[in-house]
Design a protein around this ligand. Structure first.
Ligand SMILES: Nc1ncnc2c1ncn2[C@@H]1O[C@H](COP(=O)(O)OP(=O)(O)OP(=O)(O)O)[C@@H](O)[C@H]1O
Ligand SMILES: [Mg+2]
Length: 418
């Protein structure tokens, strides 16, 4: 009578279980209450891994050993496990040290003596087993018929509880995945919003900067000595602020200027005329003019993109080196376009900017286009973000190739004008 009450109580607890840990705790308590054994474990047959059995949880003396040693038991080596999986009947091994069905290595590792394995059967198939038994100094403890019956009844209650916990875990996993997706979308919206804000602020900053610049320029007394230096510093700082706000303006979805047909070679030439003065003479800058199709674009944005690539190349090569710009036509088929991230087939005008600097480590190559990613002490990390933004607005794409130690090459692909 007492046993029936116990089983009913444990069965009630099993139905409350929400996790594998809950199940194991209840199972450990139930086994202790119904038998003379002090340890219990639950093993599971994964249908995708027929050659092993996974010990999912354990309680009592074996708990620590089970997790310290591998909880995955190879099935082929263990006749006892095979027997239970195939037959679905309770198996009693009176003494694991001498019984020919046990895996002697496992027995030595865990110190098993008597082993009782009860199959966990769900919808007609053996899904796992509830194990218990004696260890080491406890010696051989042969189960009584009543102990075996209690264990069998308990195992039949365990099966549906296990199924439910499994479903709960799957549901929790799905919910977590959905939450991650939701957070990702939220952060995308924030980035979008930041772009709009940045563009607004940059717009006002630009106006104020031009006022400050023209005020400085209109000082009619020629400054001398320290004053001249201070004035030059102030002008440089204002110019840098101007550069940054121009980048911010482009990053925010500020409407692109009017697009018109243009030759990329001309854009390269006009950009180089602008930035060449800021590149040391010891760095050679070469422009290889190739025959290219016309593209349609915003001349100001494209100039900014080319300038950002050239300035990055300058920063990379340091004191001495070579920067090469070349423009040509590229016909991409599905295969070659598929090799480039964001690539698509078609006819393109391609601009390559190569340098012989240190290159970019493989793990950073994907991150260099992220806004605010920089490895420079005074960098803003906006340059390449602007490049990809501009290229995107021109329905093109950009790729980077670099073998560290052998420089870097950035390629802009812009759709050819029909
Ligand atoms: N040609 C290059 N060779 C090596 N590394 C490069 C090259 N171009 C870009 N990088 C790397 O990519 C990072 C991001 O470049 P990006 O132009 O976006 O920002 P930045 O140059 O650091 O700052 P800013 O352009 O605002 O001055 C750089 O800090 C650098 O680490
Ligand atoms: Mg840069």
């Amino acid at each position: 009578m007492r046993t029936v009450e116990q089983i009913l109580r444990h069965s009630g607890e099993l139905q409350q279980a929400r996790s594998l840990a809950d199940l194991m705790r209840t199972t450990g308590e139930a086994v202790q209450a119904m038998t003379r054994y002090h340890s219990a474990w639950i093993a599971w047959f994964d249908p995708d891994r027929v050659d092993e059995v996974r010990v999912l949880a354990a309680s009592g003396a074996v708990e620590a050993t089970v997790w310290e040693t591998s909880p995955v038991v190879p099935r082929g080596t263990d006749a006892m496990v095979e027997e239970i999986a195939a037959g679905g009947r309770v198996i009693v091994v009176e003494d694991a040290r001498t019984d020919p069905r046990t895996n002697k290595e496992m027995v030595a590792r865990f110190g098993n003596r008597t082993i009782v394995n009860v199959p966990i059967i769900l919808r007609g198939s053996v899904r796992g087993m509830l194990g218990t038994g004696s260890f080491g100094d406890e010696g051989v403890v042969v189960p009584t018929p009543q102990e075996l019956e209690s264990l069998a009844i308990f195992a039949s209650q365990l099966a549906p509880a296990f199924d439910r916990v499994h479903a709960l875990a799957a549901q929790a996993k799905a919910e977590a995945a959905q939450l991650t997706l939701h957070r990702h979308l939220e952060s995308l919206q924030r980035v979008e919003l930041m772009g709009v804000l940045a563009a607004g602020v940059a717009h006002d900053l630009n106006n104020l900067l031009s006022v400050a610049m023209s005020s400085l320029a209109s000082i009619d007394r020629r400054p001398l000595g320290d004053d001249a230096e201070a004035l030059a510093d102030a002008t440089t700082a204002l110019e840098r602020m101007g550069d940054i706000s121009k980048q911010l303006l482009l990053l925010g979805r500020e409407r692109a200027g009017p697009h018109r047909p243009l030759d990329l070679n001309d854009k390269v030439a006009s950009t180089l005329a602008l930035v060449r003065p800021s590149i040391p003479r010891s760095i050679s800058v070469v422009h290889a003019r190739g025959a290219t199709p016309m593209v349609e674009g915003d001349p100001v944005q494209l100039e900014q993109a080319v300038a950002n690539l050239v300035i990055n190349a300058r920063d990379a090569v340091g004191k001495q080196g070579r920067i090469e710009l070349s423009v040509d036509e590229q016909l991409l088929d599905e295969v070659s376009a598929g090799r480039m991230s964001g690539g698509r087939p078609g006819r393109f005008a391609r601009l390559r900017v190569s340098d012989d600097g240190p290159g970019i480590p493989a793990e950073l190559q994907r991150r260099v286009f992220d806004p605010l990613f920089t490895t420079k002490p005074l960098g803003t990390g906006l340059g390449l973000a602007v490049v990809s933004r501009v290229v995107e607005q021109h329905k093109g794409f950009v790729s980077v190739h670099s073998v560290p130690g052998h420089g870097a090459t950035f390629e802009l692909y812009l759709p050819a004008l029909q």
